[in-house]
Ligand binder design. Structure first.
Ligand SMILES: [Fe+2]
Ligand SMILES: [Fe+2]
Length: 296
């Protein structure tokens, strides 16, 4: 087993070994007071640790900025992929932009803090098990993770409505200037596919997205109807098509590790207090993505 210091290390090298970890978290929901203590307790182990934040930092723009600024001041690099909650426009937010303009606003604000966004060049992790290209994605969802594929989108949404399962996005998330979330999703998929195709295939990718790129993780949802707000079939082969070392996602609030086609998928969410109190933070607050001890 390689040597790593258990305490915080001030340098990138320890006894000739590269140190630093690629850590991940999502769904901090930092606007909730009980979750703020969790955020306050997030620290790197090594000065050169990177942190991947896979969306749902919060809803209010000032909460999002404050949280990511705190983390950016602690970690060598913070990489962010937006969740649906960041894109909500809630009445008490001083920023009332909607849809794509809101996303662009957040990108500019977070860039100014040194946070890497889906609009920036993909950074390369040079730590243990590297190099790895870290790709934060924003591809959204298009209602295609339907429990019954024979239904149209409208029929599937109507069935979910009848069951009392309607994602709050339907009230808080405006796809402006696109005519629908589907259109916004397709535009994001086209943009992201082009960028991923330009990545050096000799350097494996870590894909960071709020939603799982494949539908399989949604099969364990307590409310199956919720799956249609959880991703798009358009990304279903990305972990095979592009050279992928791991996929990091959240949104489901079901933290676990699964494998699809030999690729490791890590759901790294914290979730709401009622959820993390019920299950306990049994995997810790941060998930270690690399170095990957399991493969040693
Ligand atoms: Fe969430
Ligand atoms: Fe979410």
């Amino acid at each position: 087993m390689p040597e790593y210091n258990s305490s915080r290390n001030a340098g990138g090298e320890s006894h000739g070994k590269r140190t630093g970890k690629l850590l991940a978290v999502s769904d901090l929901h930092a606007g909730i007071s009980d979750n703020q203590a969790i955020v306050a307790g997030i620290h790197p182990q090594f000065d050169d640790d990177w942190l991947l934040v896979a969306g749902d930092v919060g809803e209010i723009s000032t909460d999002i900025e404050r949280t990511l600024k705190l983390l950016a001041n602690r970690f060598a690099k913070v990489v962010w992929a937006p969740g649906n909650h960041e894109l909500w426009t809630v009445p008490k937010d001083p920023v009332q932009l909607r849809g794509e303009p809101r996303y662009r606003y957040l990108v500019e604000r977070l860039r100014s803090l040194g946070v890497v966004t889906p609009e920036d060049p993909y950074p390369v992790w040079e730590g243990p098990d590297g190099p790895l290209t870290i790709a934060p994605l924003f591809v959204h969802y298009d209602y295609s993770f339907r429990t019954d594929p024979t239904l149209t989108k409208e029929e599937s949404l109507a069935r979910a409505n009848d069951a009392g399962i309607v994602c709050t996005d339907e009230y808080m998330l405006d796809p402006t200037p696109y005519s629908s979330m589907d259109d916004w999703c397709r535009a994001r998929v086209a943009y992201t596919e082009k960028r991923l195709a330009e990545v050096d295939p000799g350097v494996p990718l870590v894909l960071v997205n709020h939603y799982p790129l494949v539908p399989d993780p949604t099969h364990v949802l307590h409310y199956p109807e919720f799956a249609q707000w959880c991703g798009t079939q358009l990304t279903g082969d990305w972990h095979r098509r592009f050279s992928t070392a791991a996929v990091v996602y959240g949104h489901l609030h079901i933290p676990r590790t699964t494998w699809y086609d030999g690729v490791r998928f890590e759901e790294v969410s914290i979730g709401y207090p009622r959820e993390w109190r019920a299950r306990g933070l049994v995997r810790g607050t941060l998930r270690e993505i690399f170095p990957d001890w399991e493969q040693r």
